[in-house]
Design a protein around this ligand. Sequence first.
Ligand SMILES: [Fe+2]
Length: 447
Amino acid sequence: MSGSFGCPIGLTMSPGGHNSFPWTKTFDFVPQMATVFHGFVSRVQSSANRLDSFFSDPFSRIVLLAVVLFCHLGLRLTFYNRLNSLGWKRATIKRTEKIAFAETWVTPLILGAIFWQPISKWVLGQSDSEVLPIVLLAYAAFCLVMGAMFGFLWLLWRPIWRFQHVPTKRDVEVHDVSIQTGLTLARTRKCRWAAKVPVNQIFEMAVEQIELPVVGLPEQLDGYKIAHLSDIHLTGQVAPDFTAHAVSIATQWSPDLMALTGDIVDKQPCVAWLHDLFSPARAKDGCYFVLGNHDTRISDPSVVRDRMTEAGWIDVGGKIETVSLRSLDCQLLGNEWPWFTRPNDPLISDESIGFRLCLSHSPDQFDWCRRNGVDLMLAGHTHGGQGRLPLAGPILSPSWHGSRWASGDFYRSPTTMHVSRGLSGVHLLRIRCRPELSLITLRCPSS
Ligand SMILES: [Fe+2]
């Protein structure tokens, strides 16, 4: 007879009547785990055997291996996008990124080197999958299952399907800024070389006049004009004249409001450019800005706020400003999460507020805006993916939602969101993804 009756908590009585120790239960647990593991192994092997019947010739087996490798790379890309959406310290993100990058290539190389013989025998049809080591089968199964899951979501949010996209009327004018201004925009040798790459569009500014239908837009604001700038990225690689051109075009358009959604400065010496660059900006109801993750790269981001304020811009980062737009009480919210602050939740039952506009660096704050009754959210950060494949669209996008909101116009009740591709970046390459200056005219959906 065995049991814990009459024994202190955690002790069991052995068949011989001796007290045993708490870890006895642990030892009981081991055979159970072994049974579970054995079941898992059998299941993986039987699934692999079923796959074998579909992939019986060398060519299809090579294709299957390629699919597994593709899923492996896709999962790392998924991880990369999510990692860069976090508010962690830059050094931590960069360190994690380096480890993840090394692991991306080391894992398949090591598995390939160790299991070269069983893999090659399996590919050549000299054995079935039962001879493949369980580690390999389990990892392949993991890649295929996770790849199918994330791959489905990735496919679902491709721009070609236009799910949750807002159809807009867009009038795009491309300014080759160096030709139009006659100025040399590349300030460094690296930038000069990058600009020579034939497909590179870093200096081709797309001035996009967008008629944006906004659900819930009060009639008074129909036709309201917002010039939206994002991701300026003053690094010193590109001459400030590029940004000056965008500010000049935006001001000439005579907007009602100008908005800048973060990533203004990357390098400390460029802080000195801010006043001259942004003080010429004019908009009837004011120019507003928030900061982004790259603004943490200078020693004191509050200096950026001060210089922008001196240039006549209004800092709404972490704040809610009540403003009168065409005599209508509206709220302007500045969301800099997760790198700085975001405002306390506004009182959405306050019916005196006719319209809520949120400036957010990251499109990941879309759900926060939806919870807080924001009518229109303007964001940047994802740079349109920096490069876009034909049909597939953007791949790289530092967002918790991957490339879903890389750029464009989206609606999920009650919020409409415009995500700009931004004007510049730290990477001196843009492929099928021109810098964007958004000149947005708000429209009631019925008009
Ligand atoms: Fe950016």
